[in-house]
Design a protein around this ligand. Structure first.
Ligand code: NAD
Ligand code: UDP
Length: 315
């Protein structure tokens, strides 16, 4: 099976490439290295089944593949707000290009959409049938609306051109290889706790998120890709819900740190609550997360500790 992974050098993409190579697939990792890096897949280079292609998906590309995991898109607010016009181009033009490729070579294509399509949700927990509550003109819309258009394109290529599609909506996922400067809450808290710096809480810290460990998430993606006759969207995430304050104290505890909390202004349009309803994933994919936050966060903390190397822990 020849498999293309767009965004393959990013956090999730690199774990997916690793798993696919391990499972015997021929993998093409395509990336423009905006938020991903070669080091994430350095250990796979030289493997006979693995290839890296430097390419920006806003431009078309012709490859012969059977499966396309379409991940390319910056996912952290810091990265996707850096050049918002480019972010929406990546979601819209990039997804058109990947769907065009899937159509030409009759490949099955899976889009990694996001819980952000639910915006600041008024339904809790979020089911796939909920249409969302997204601000169309806010600072998060380049990402949220970009993904909503990407989902629309997937469905239209499916209805109009019979393209074989899969849509998953990923909820906050964490694990080793998140970039230190990625700006997402788990990496920020782990790095700050290990360095003994303040953990910055945006707003009152009572907002919630539900955190899935990367290995669980990758298993969900693989199952979705290989389940027949299921276009989705299907939520993939961990339904255990935590406040940001709870996450902060767990990070401080696991890092054995003396870091303190520092309250900062809330981010605009920051969703107040987020938690997936994963009944569909349970029913159709026979999937559910296996890693509790404490366990996954310890492994993640260890990976950051290793990466930060000789830096003084903040005891
Ligand atoms: P990431 O930023 O680490 O990875 C994205 C990758 O895409 C990077 O390697 C980046 O260089 C590449 N990329 C960006 N724009 C590109 C372009 N125009 N052409 C080619 N490559 C490009 O983020 P991630 O956390 O690994 O997320 C991967 C996917 O999963 C994204 O589509 C994201 O929207 C989705 N997702 C992730 C989460 C999460 O919690 N990690 C949650 C919901 C959805
Ligand atoms: N957050 C925080 N401190 C940080 C980074 C994030 O308090 O250093 C909060 C942020 O305001 C949000 C939650 O943590 O409420 C998750 O933020 P993240 O950027 O990880 O993801 P997203 O908002 O896209 O779910």
């Amino acid at each position: 099976m020849r498999t293309l992974v767009t965004g393959g050098a990013g956090f999730l993409g690199s774990h997916l490439c690793e798993r696919l190579v391990r499972d015997g697939h021929e993998v093409i990792c395509l990336d423009n290295f905006f938020s991903g890096k070669r080091a994430n897949v350095a250990h796979l280079r030289g493997h006979p089944n693995f290839e890296i292609v430097l390419h920006d998906i806003v431009n078309p590309i012709l490859l012969e593949v059977d499966r396309i995991y379409h991940l390319a898109c910056p996912a952290s607010p810091v990265h996707y707000q850096y050049n918002p016009v480019k972010t929406i181009k990546t979601s819209v033009m990039g997804t058109i290009n990947m769907l065009g490729l899937a159509k030409r070579v009759k490949a099955r294509i899976l889009l990694t959409s996001t819980s952000e399509v639910y915006g600041d949700p008024q339904e809790h927990p979020q089911t796939e049938s909920y249409w969302g509550h997204v601000n169309p003109i806010g600072v998060r819309s380049c990402y949220d609306e970009g993904k909503r258009v990407a989902e629309c394109l997937m469905m239209d290529y499916h209805r109009q051109n019979n393209v074989d599609i899969r849509i998953v909506r990923i909820f906050n996922t964490y694990g080793p290889r998140m970039a230190i400067n990625d700006g997402r809450v788990v990496s920020n808290f782990c790095v700050a706790a290990l360095r003994g710096e303040n953990l910055e809480i945006y707003g009152d810290g009572k907002q919630t998120r539900s955190f899935a460990y990367v290995d669980d998430l990758i298993e969900g993606l693989l199952r979705m890709m290989e389940t027949p006759d299921l276009t989705g969207p299907v939520n993939i995430g961990n339904p255990d819900e935590f406040t940001i304050l709870e996450l902060a104290s767990l990070a401080i505890e696991l890092a054995h740190s003396s870091s303190k909390l520092k309250y900062m202004p809330a981010r605009p349009d920051d969703p107040v609550r987020r938690r997936p309803d994963i009944s569909m994933a349970r029913k159709y994919l026979n999937w559910e997360p296996a890693t509790p936050l404490r366990k996954g966060l310890s492994s993640t903390m260890e990976a950051f500790r290793h990466e930060l190397g000789g830096e003084d822990p903040g005891h």
